[in-house]
Design a protein around this ligand. Structure first.
Ligand code: FES
Length: 386
């Protein structure tokens, strides 16, 4: 089945659910131990087995728009440098100087023809080679070919850049994405416009990810924002390995009645939307005609903390002041909703988890996306039997 057919089928399911008062749902209610959220050993295993070993979606291609572009970030204690060298190829490195291990490139995005270490001034090219040893005649003999940056497995696909944080980790992106790539490729992200990024502090990474894969909370948590446009507690779920696409009907979806099913995919954005969740920590809340957000949820230095990078993206760059102002107003809206509604609730959940009040979280049959996410995490850190 092609992706457009898949989208149409999901849209038809949403319409039927709205008419019947139903939703996609899991075979049963599932409990997840509170300890899974707060235990430091468990969190370390998640960092080791998932964040440091599996392919992570680290950037959009449009964040590294041409030769010389770079982006740095820190994930699971690993400083990472992404570069696009003169040959146009994106590479990932540990952002660490081979001399005395200082973090090399500064935080953020930019353009640089070479990277100069701030400590003693060694320089590296964008393809990771050590180009210059400062005051080399006094330093002594070294083989510079052995002192380049440590390269990480990396691939650019469908306008996204994936890398693994462990140099020798198995890196089979196609297998990891488990059939999800055609959906993501359909968005054509390589041609989009990156408007801005918001850095937002949050609670435990799983408390934060939980909020992206269900719409059960829309009516209570977002009564004056999301719920004005999108129905609460009606979801479709399609799973691809650990990844998922969650569908959410808008209040207008009834107007789609009479549309041939094969045409329904064209109404994404107008009558329904999807969150495309790329395991373990990236959520795209975008529609192909109107844009939206992609959010990268990066665990902090402890199990209780997360930094989320909420990127505001649109299918095309603004061409007028009015359009630019509209983009900014969309960006402000998303930042406010996520900060004051979702993440604020996340801190309250974190407090509840740590209070010892209950031993388990209870995920309803309607919260199938959450159930799937936690089962996927379990599979990576405990094996398929858990
Ligand atoms: S630590 Fe980088 S040049 Fe010395």
């Amino acid at each position: 089945m092609g992706v457009e057919q898949e989208f149409s089928r999901a849209a038809a399911r949403m319409l039927a659910h709205v008419e019947n008062g139903t939703t996609d749902w899991a075979p049963e209610v599932r409990r997840v131990a509170v300890d899974d959220y707060i235990n430091a050993d468990r969190w370390q295993r998640e960092m080791e087995e998932i964040f440091r070993r599996q392919p992570l979606m680290l950037a959009l291609s449009i964040e590294l728009p041409g030769p010389g572009a770079f982006k740095t970030l820190e994930v699971a204690g690993k400083p990472v440098l992404l570069t696009r060298a003169k040959d146009g190829v994106v590479r990932a490195f540990l952002n660490v100087c081979s001399h005395r291990q200082a973090v090399l490139a500064p935080a953020g995005c930019g353009h640089a023809s070479r990277f100069t270490c701030p400590y003693h001034g060694w320089t590296y090219s964008a393809d990771g080679k050590l180009m210059g040893v400062a005051d080399r005649q006094k330093f002594g003999e070294v083989d510079t070919s052995e002192l380049g940056l440590v390269q990480l497995p990396c691939a650019e696909q469908a306008g996204m850049i994936f890398a693994s944080l462990t140099p020798d980790a198995a890196f089979d992106l196609e297998a990891f994405l488990a059939g999800f790539l055609p959906d993501l490729a359909w968005l054509g992200l390589e041609g989009w416009y990156h408007h801005c990024v918001h850095e937002i502090e949050g609670a435990c990474w799983k408390v934060v990810t939980d909020g992206f894969v269900e719409g059960y909370h829309f009516a209570a948590a977002h009564p004056d924002t999301i719920h004005l446009s999108t129905m609460s507690n009606v979801m479709t779920y399609d799973f691809f390995g650990p990844h998922q696409r969650v569908g959410f009907p808008r209040h207008t979806i009834g107007e789609m009645r009479g549309t041939p099913e094969a045409e329904m995919y064209k109404q994404e954005g107008a009558y329904f939307g999807f969150v495309r969740f790329v395991f373990p920590n990236v959520a795209f809340s975008v529609a192909p005609t109107v844009g939206g957000t992609w959010t990268q949820i990066i665990p902090g230095a402890t199990p209780q903390k997360t930094t989320a990078y909420q990127h505001i993206i649109f299918p095309k760059a603004p061409t007028t002041d009015e359009e630019r102002a509209a983009y900014q107003s969309t960006a402000d809206f998303y930042r406010t909703v996520v900060t004051t509604e979702d993440f604020e609730l996340g801190f309250r959940i974190q407090k509840g988890l740590e209070s010892g009040a209950f031993k388990n979280m209870v995920f309803g049959r309607n919260e199938w996306g959450n159930q799937h996410h936690h089962a996927s995490i379990d599979r990576y850190i405990c094996g398929p039997g858990k």
